[in-house]
Design a protein around this ligand. Structure first.
Ligand SMILES: Nc1ncnc2c1ncn2[C@@H]1O[C@H](COP(=O)(O)OP(=O)(O)OP(=O)(O)O)[C@@H](O)[C@H]1O
Ligand SMILES: [Mg+2]
Length: 272
């Protein structure tokens, strides 16, 4: 008993003082080539962060390091103050971080509802024997229904994922990503391949489903970035060269020079 009484306040203190996600001098080499070159970032809980940067800058690699798909060469990754570098993806997922992929990651031969229920079941702890209990799992069914409403696919409940439109598949993927109840969500180019109107709709959906959560999203469309993000992290050549509010990043000379170029000046000129 006494050890619980002693340890609990300490654990809470760590949680309260910690960032939702933190990268400390993170590095990753493939062979002799260093791709991530000392990345630092500290994201507060509940913030929506857009990660921008040129092709090949290392954005997806950062996500692979954070989510445990790759092991860093050196440096630290902390989730709510706890080290997660070196842990397996499923361990990190259980600790509350969930990611989607640049490539759609759903079960094509399962229905919308079944896809969502799988993601919920996983988080509820029905890992290997869940198929025996499916029909009785009211909590999982309820949560899957809620998710389906949230992502606007309730009318497609029994449609196989393979038969959905591309935009619907991406919506389903978001549902699967948040289905496990993670508090930190990583989305890699969620609007890639969408039309302008689909993108606008999708951004509203992302805002809604990530309410109260910490979101990191890689995004190339500057309209989306400035509409969605509380903060922008600019990744250039394996480093986070700026991390600030959209207004401050717009005004940052180093960012303009390294990445955004004249388009920012043009946007600003257009706005005045
Ligand atoms: N598994 C790997 N092995 C070797 N090199 C890799 C590996 N993964 C990524 N790279 C290299 O790391 C660099 C960064 O790639 P990454 O995919 O992280 O860029 P990105 O910023 O996501 O680009 P994009 O905007 O095009 O998606 C690239 O030069 C890429 O070729
Ligand atoms: Mg990428």
């Amino acid at each position: 008993m006494s050890s619980i009484a002693i340890h609990q306040p300490a654990a809470q203190a760590v949680q309260q003082s910690a960032h939702a996600l933190e990268l400390r001098d993170l590095r990753k080499s493939f062979g002799k080539t260093e791709i991530i070159r000392g990345a630092n970032l500290a994201v507060n809980a509940g913030e929506r962060v857009a990660i921008i940067g040129p092709n090949g800058a290392g954005k997806s690699t950062l996500f692979n390091l954070i989510s445990g798909r790759f092991e860093p060469s050196s440096g630290e990754v902390l989730l709510h103050g706890q080290r997660i570098d070196g842990k397996k993806p499923f361990e990190i997922n259980r600790m509350g971080l969930s990611r989607s992929f640049q490539i759609t990651n759903i079960f094509p031969k399962l229905s919308v509802f079944e896809n969502l229920r799988c993601s919920v079941l996983w988080s509820l702890g029905y890992r290997y024997s869940f198929w025996r209990f499916l029909s009785n799992l009211h909590d999982a069914n309820e949560r899957a229904n809620e998710l389906m409403e949230m992502i606007g696919l309730h009318r497609k409940r029994d449609t196989l994922a393979v038969n959905l439109t591309y935009a619907e598949q991406r919506a389903l993927e978001i549902g699967i990503t948040i289905g496990g109840g993670a508090s930190v969500i990583l989305l890699d180019e969620p609007t890639a391949g969408m039309s302008n109107s689909e993108t606008a709709h999708f951004i509203q959906l992302i805002k809604k489903v990530t309410e109260g959560k910490t979101l990191l999203t890689v995004e190339h469309d500057m309209g989306v970035v400035f509409g969605l993000a509380d903060k922008i992290a600019v990744v250039v050549y394996g480093e986070v060269i700026a991390y600030d509010t959209p207004e401050a990043v717009r005004a940052n000379a180093r960012v303009q020079e390294a990445y955004l170029g004249s388009s920012v000046a043009d946007q600003q000129a257009g706005a005045h």
